[in-house]
Write a new protein. Structure first.
Length: 428
């Protein structure tokens, strides 16, 4: 198939959720962007017509205002059908059930089983969905893939999916959004294996992998968002809000510039292809405005966040390769603008940072999302490799992977590849 990315770049996206965590995060993202574009997520209709570059994410089906529905360009893939069935039920008017591809049972927390399954059984169904989506103009020219690295499906199915996506559009940018296994919120002992294999595949295929630790997000939910006993649903909402913020410039025209393609946003955040990892945080603008009555403009918010609130974001130690600040309002995004260098020169301590997109008149309902790509993210990979090594030294659970077709040499090679990444981060 021709690579549509090479001939046209109208910026339309296909959003995939893989595995339980990935599907749930992707569904939260759709609920959030529906609201941004004034599409009712419960019906798929838009009373007053959708706003912004909705056509970059949704297809319009039906004619006449009564029949018109806005259908997400999505793909949900999981070995286990249960999460998919729940999402199909919950969002039955919004998400097309034909865009869900599932196996018969969970991979059992096993990258190798899931990777084999995608190649053996699921790839033709995935290709059917992609064929349909690529036939609808405009064809997707960028992908976002949500995944839980610790899960067998989130790692193994996604590794297979990246290869399929590349076969449709080899040069289209890919953003992966993933949760890393955390020591406190973890569901399986094999998460370090799955994550090393899953991260290796992501870093080999994507332009940027935006990674999060669930325990840090749980903490953020209770401290800055004042949510009592935060659940996974709250965490998925925060991740969805961050991805919505980062894709704001893709989905809405700016005041001084038209909407940007995804590739440009990812380039800002991963200015060097060897370091395609970032993490982020999001907090309410209200808390800043309440304490600082003199803040009036986006530029002042930028300076304030860089000076006082940078410690809210993990991984701001070490050398910062890029720092993006994105603002979004829950009540819709009235118009983005890029704060230029002149407004940000007060912060000489930050060597590089990506474009800042905030609405010109900050609303108290806005949130601020900070995304950072820095040398200290390498430590997250290093911790993961250490946890992998503790298992592999004893060959603990090795037979799970060997029995599913991986070889010891292959496993050690994938571990080495992630080790090379750690070394590169150390050398920054
Ligand atoms: N942020 C977030 N994390 C989740 C969610 N659901 C599960 N997790 C975490 O994600 C990791 C992967 O778990 P799952 O998503 O259940 O695994 P899976 O991808 O379905 O893979 P298998 O079931 O092993 O085939 C684990 O560390 C879970 O704690 C979710 O909705 N949001
Ligand atoms: Mg699962």
């Amino acid at each position: 198939m021709a690579d549509p990315h090479s001939s046209t770049d109208d910026g339309s996206l296909l959003i995939a959720g893989v595995g339980q965590a990935g599907c749930q995060m992707a569904a939260a993202f759709w609920a959030r962007v529906c609201r941004d574009h004034q599409i009712d997520p419960d019906t798929g209709h838009s009373e007053s017509g959708p706003t912004g570059r909705w056509d970059r994410l949704f297809s319009l089906v039906g004619t006449g205002s009564r029949d018109e529905r806005y259908v997400p360009r999505c793909l949900f893939v999981d070995s286990d059908p249960r999460t998919a069935d729940e999402l199909k039920r919950k969002w039955r008017e919004l998400l097309n059930p034909a865009n869900f591809v599932t196996g018969e049972e969970s991979s059992g927390n096993n990258f190798a089983v899931a990777f084999r399954e995608v190649n053996d059984r699921l790839s033709s169904d995935i290709r059917d969905v992609l064929d349909r989506e690529f036939r609808k103009p405009p064809a997707p020219t960028g992908f976002i893939v949500f995944q839980g690295f610790g899960g067998g499906s989130g790692s193994g199915l996604a590794a297979g999916l990246f290869e399929i996506l590349k076969s449709y559009a080899p040069s289209a940018p890919i953003l992966s959004v993933g949760v890393l296994p955390s020591s406190t919120v973890s569901t399986s002992v094999t998460e370090p294996y799955n994550s090393v294999f899953g991260i290796e595949a992501a870093l080999r295929n994507v332009d940027l992998s935006l990674v999060f630790h669930n325990d840090l997000l749980l903490n953020l939910a209770s401290t800055h968002w004042e949510i009592e006993n935060p659940s996974m649903e709250h965490i998925d909402g925060l991740i969805a809000d961050m991805v919505a913020s980062i894709t704001g410039p893709v989905r809405f025209d700016g005041q001084e510039q038209p909407a940007t393609p995804l590739g440009a946003v990812l380039n800002d955040l991963a200015p060097h292809p060897d370091f395609p990892l970032a993490t982020g945080t999001i907090f309410p603008l209200q808390s800043i405005l309440r304490k600082n009555a003199s803040i009036r403009t986006s530029g002042q918010i930028l300076n304030h966040v860089l000076e006082k609130n940078l410690d809210l974001c993990p991984c701001t130690e070490g050398t910062i390769l890029s720092l993006g600040l994105y603002g979004a309002s829950r009540a819709g995004i009235p118009g983005y603008r890029t704060v230029n260098d002149a407004e940000s020169t007060e912060n000489e301590g930050i060597p590089h940072f990506a474009q800042l997109h905030l609405s010109a008149e900050p609303s108290p309902h806005s949130s601020i999302c900070v995304v950072v790509n820095s040398s200290s993210i390498g430590q997250w990979l290093e911790e993961l490799c250490d946890r992998f090594d503790q298992l592999w030294e004893r060959k603990a659970f090795a037979n799970w992977y060997l029995d599913a077709g991986m070889t010891e040499a292959e496993i050690e090679n994938l571990r080495r590849e992630v080790g090379f990444r750690v070394d590169r981060y150390r050398d920054i």
